[in-house]
Design a protein around this ligand. Sequence first.
Ligand code: DX5
Ligand code: ZN
Length: 221
Amino acid sequence: MADNLIAPSILSADFARLGEEVVNVLNAGADIVHFDVMDNHFVPNLTIGPLVCEALRKHGVTAPIDVHLMIEPVDRIIPDFAKAGASYITFHPEASRHIDRSLQMIRDHGCKSGLVFNPATPLSFLDHVLDKCDMILLMSVNPGFGGQSFIPSALDKLRQVRKIIDDSGFDIRLEIDGGVKVDNIREIKEAGADTFVAGSAIFGKPDYKAVIDEMRAELAK
Ligand code: DX5
Ligand code: ZN
């Protein structure tokens, strides 16, 4: 399995100092930047778009930017995010009428593609598109807000997806998002995740490096 990646969700960062926050969290040892895009339609909250992604690139951020789209429709924003410097673009299958086309469109624009599953969304959406996914993101909270508690049924779902990925032989990252903390990250890794989004657990503490080091220590156990 690929190395474990820690992906701070900037949803919990101080937006008034976003560039500085992202540089600080990367200097503290984070691997990729998790970028939550919400439209007040697919989810009941409104956040940031391609302009902010581009601004982070202009600020000198070179780490991968992992764009998690919680918007509907999906397709017309894909070229804008690709141009703005997104590395991964993932979306929820409920938000696209033509899932295969949206995944292909992401790759055609030079980004890595992926599907996101809400806690109650069935994995059958993967059946015919596994070869078009570079990432599968499992939500362990209902999307829309940071700071919610990890839903335990996500562990079983992780185990199922880990098996699907391993059986397929494709190189697909398995990301988990929602309620990830120092005290549950090891159990989540053991269930099969290799990419760990954490918002409030990291940005809610004054010392980002201390939290990321603790997470890495748990992952190494
Ligand atoms: C929720 C977002 C998450 C969120 C995670 O809809 O997709 O990325 O920021 O926040 P925590 O880690 O605080 O649960
Ligand atoms: Zn997210």
